[in-house]
Design a protein around this ligand. Structure first.
Ligand code: GDP
Ligand code: MG
Length: 163
């Protein structure tokens, strides 16, 4: 299973997603530091929200196979800029949580993720686990292994190494 790196603002549902992926009931835990498990790396929202701490995200992401930007469907604005994928050397996906929220605006969040450069976008409800299986299925697929030389050649052409 590919190892998933989670980044997003506080309360977006990152820790809940790790619980939903394990089939656990949701229980609130304040994420005080980066939690590295077999299949996920869960980060504090403050890392994504604070410029001085954001370098930590880049460092921890190197231990993952896939990097996910995670936004709740009811977030009023995105903290991720356009074309974030150009500074991430892993497959970059989007995960929309809280699709059950009465204030959910999934098309808006999808647009943020497309603008950021996410190659796949998943919609989940951590409470009911709706959509979580599709994410797990994607993570179960084999990752694409390429040589450093091939990665460099593709990057020189301005395309993602694994495309
Ligand atoms: N309705 C709803 N609430 C959620 C969902 N995911 C997380 N939550 C709630 O949102 C709050 C913050 O979740 P948490 O996982 O701690 O966010 P984190 O800061 O990104 O780790 C908690 O009260 C969760 O129960 C979801 O998909 N739907
Ligand atoms: Mg958390």
């Amino acid at each position: 299973m590919k190892r998933l790196f989670l980044m997003g603002r506080s309360e977006a549902g990152k820790t809940s997603l790790t619980q939903a992926m394990k089939g656990e009931e949701l229980h609130y835990v304040k994420t005080q530091y980066t939690y590295s498990e077999d299949t996920t790396i869960d980060t504090p929202g403050e890392y994504a929200e604070t410029k001085s701490a954001s370098t930590g995200l880049a460092c921890f992401s190197f231990d993952a196979d896939v990097v996910a930007m995670l936004c709740a469907a009811d977030e009023p604005f995105s903290i991720f800029g356009n074309n974030c994928n150009c500074c991430i050397n892993r497959p970059f996906i989007g995960i929309i949580t809280k699709v059950d929220s009465p204030l959910a605006n999934v098309p808006k969040v999808r647009q943020w993720m497309e603008n950021a450069g996410c190659e796949r976008i998943f919609e989940v409800n951590n409470k009911t686990r709706e959509g979580v299986e599709a994410l797990i299925k994607y993570l179960d697929e084999d990752s694409i292994n390429i040589s450093l030389e091939e990665a460099k050649r593709k990057q020189a052409c301005g395309i993602n190494a694994w495309e």
